[in-house]
Design a protein around this ligand. Structure first.
Ligand SMILES: NC(=O)c1ccc[n+]([C@@H]2O[C@H](COP(=O)([O-])OP(=O)(O)OC[C@H]3O[C@@H](n4cnc5c(N)ncnc54)[C@H](O)[C@@H]3O)[C@@H](O)[C@H]2O)c1
Ligand SMILES: N[C@@H](CC=O)C(=O)O
Length: 505
């Protein structure tokens, strides 16, 4: 008898998941190295954040095993890079199709280990698969260029070559798409990869490995290593065989990795934290702005690098906006991601709830107003109810930090000129939102805002064709788009001298 989603969600061990999943073989608790499922010498419990139940255990590899995985990826590199782009693209598209064929199971695993709603999880699977299709297509267009020579009798040109073994370290908030956004680019251009997922959400990563094996990636090309982040990533950083390090995670950890990767001069790409401003222009309809701001703030329960952390509203419309935002917030259904109608799940663990409360307490102690947010209504220990703070100032944590929780901070402003330095008053520079119609104000903000991505009148800004990434301490490099290969390849210039010319000998 198959379990209901709720029963699966309330399950205490992986075995209880099996009957529900269409393909129980997708539940993998071992690491995937060199085409084999490998056990470490310890296991780590994987927790359902909605219920605090153990849903399974994931093996923890030891440093020597990580070194062995690096060796396997290095051995597999020459043959993989030598494949025709069409051949690599065909295997990637097979992986893509298998992921979409197994979308429901992959989404269930994600809800169980990450907590997001089932519809959000399904959306992430689609999002992640779109990068695989994109880079399978781009593989066929990894062009070089010829250069008009400044040297007599010489032919000049460039090649784009895969850099080699790439380490891909990923976070728990988008446990599937943050892997495929990296891996698809690296694999398509001819690199071999070692994926290190977050310990909170290994099952999404290991299910992708199961499907990668079925898709026909040769042994050693796609590897998933699980275990302690600091320990495993230390091995990856110290190894001269790892030529590229692509990290998605906090700015704090990104800085640690950049330091460690310097010793072997790795090519590093960093997708780090955000602290997005959401700017409402004077000519913007307040109800529409509030609806958009609620969506931009509470996506993934606020646990999103693109979350609108700081909301700026013209003083003349401030109180009306607060009322409209609170009304929009009230429609959010907080609960177990499997439950019908739920639009916001739990935070990833209890410490995140404590941090959210500390952010609220800090703001109130410094003069903020609590407009809405009653934690007594939280449906469980790891839930935090959507919270609205008014009269926020730059001295508060909710303004200064990437709060990564469902707490919205709203500030009034008096002029665009005064607003821009306020919006830029953060070490982060990932995404910014501007809502309004006056093209002069929009253009002034577009150019004045110090962020890698600026979205005007749209919460949805990401996707496979766009260069995703930040400036300042939100990161280095871009993912997706036609720029995505840059992080996993290098340009080789060549000069063919003493060549016969048309007019000469
Ligand atoms: N810019 C983006 O595209 C993007 C996307 C998603 C998440 N994020 C950011 O990720 C963060 C949330 O994810 P998180 O909590 O998993 O981040 P995190 O930095 O704590 O962990 C990210 C990864 O690094 C590993 N890790 C942790 N500590 C490490 C250490 N000392 N040395 C080496 N590796 C270590 C973790 O195991 C995990 O795999 C937020 O800051 C969010 O903004 C950014
Ligand atoms: N929502 C982001 C993930 C960051 O947390 C994305 O779309 O990449």
């Amino acid at each position: 008898m198959s379990l209901t989603l709720k029963q699966v969600s309330d399950s205490k061990v992986t075995a209880a998941m099996m009957p529900y999943l269409k393909d129980p073989r997708l539940v993998r608790e071992l690491a995937y190295v060199n085409g084999k499922w490998v056990s470490g010498n310890a296991d780590l419990a994987v927790i359902n954040p909605a219920t605090d139940d153990i849903i399974g255990h994931c093996t923890q590899l030891q440093p020597l095993q990580v070194s062995q995985a690096i060796d396997a990826a290095e051995r597999a590199f020459p043959a993989w890079r030598a494949r025709l782009a069409d051949e690599r693209a065909a295997i990637l598209m097979c992986w893509h199709d298998l992921i979409l064929d197994n979308k429901e199971d992959l989404a269930v695993l994600m809800v169980l280990e990450q907590g997001k709603s089932l519809s959000d999880a399904r959306g992430e699977i689609d999002y992640g698969a779109s990068f695989i299709r994109w880079f399978a297509e781009e593989a066929r267009r990894a062009y070089g260029e010829t250069i008009p020579s400044h040297i007599p009798n010489a032919q000049l040109a460039t090649l784009r070559e895969p850099i080699g073994v790439a380490a891909l370290i990923t976070p728990w908030n988008f446990p599937s798409a943050m892997i495929t956004r990296k891996a698809a680019a690296a694999l398509a251009i001819g690199c071999t990869v070692l994926v290190k997922p977050a310990n909170e959400t290994p099952f999404s990563a290991l299910a992708l490995a199961e499907l990668a094996e079925r898709a026909g990636f040769p042994a050693g090309v796609y590897n998933v290593i699980t275990g302690d982040g600091a320990e495993l990533c230390g091995v990856l950083c110290r190894s001269d065989k790892v030529k590229a390090l692509s990290f998605t995670g906090s700015t704090r950890v990104g800085k640690l990795l950049l330091e460690q990767a310097a010793a072997t001069v790795k090519k590093c790409s960093m997708e780090l934290g955000g602290n997005a401003p959401f700017i409402v222009l004077p000519d913007m309809d307040i109800s529409a702005a509030a609806r958009a701001a609620v969506d931009a703030k509470f996506q993934t329960a606020g646990q999103d690098c693109l979350a609108a952390n700081r909301i700026f509203v013209p003083r003349a419309k401030y109180e009306d906006f607060l009322a409209a935002f609170a009304a929009g917030m009230a429609k959010i259904q907080v609960g177990n991601g499997f439950d019908e109608g739920v639009t916001m799940g739990p935070l990833i663990f209890r410490q995140a709830v404590d941090k959210a409360q500390a952010i609220v307490d800090d703001a109130l102690a410094k003069g903020a107003r609590l407009i809405a947010g009653d934690q007594r209504r939280a449906p469980g220990a790891n839930f935090f109810m959507p919270t609205l703070l008014a009269d926020v100032t730059p001295q508060m944590k909710v303004f200064r930090e990437e709060n990564f929780c469902p707490v919205a901070g709203v500030l009034p402003y008096d002029s665009i000129d005064a607003l821009i330095p306020l919006a830029n008053d953060t070490e982060y520079g990932l995404a910014a939102y501007v809502y309004g119609h006056d093209i002069r104000h929009i253009w002034q903000l577009m150019r004045g805002l110090e962020f890698g991505m600026v979205s005007v009148n749209s919460v949805k800004m990401t996707g496979h064709p766009i260069p995703f990434g930040g400036v300042k301490q939100s990161g280095l490099g871009r993912e997706g788009s036609r720029h995505g290969f840059d992080e996993y390849s290098q340009i080789k210039y060549y000069c063919l001298g003493a060549m016969p010319t048309l007019s000469g000998s």
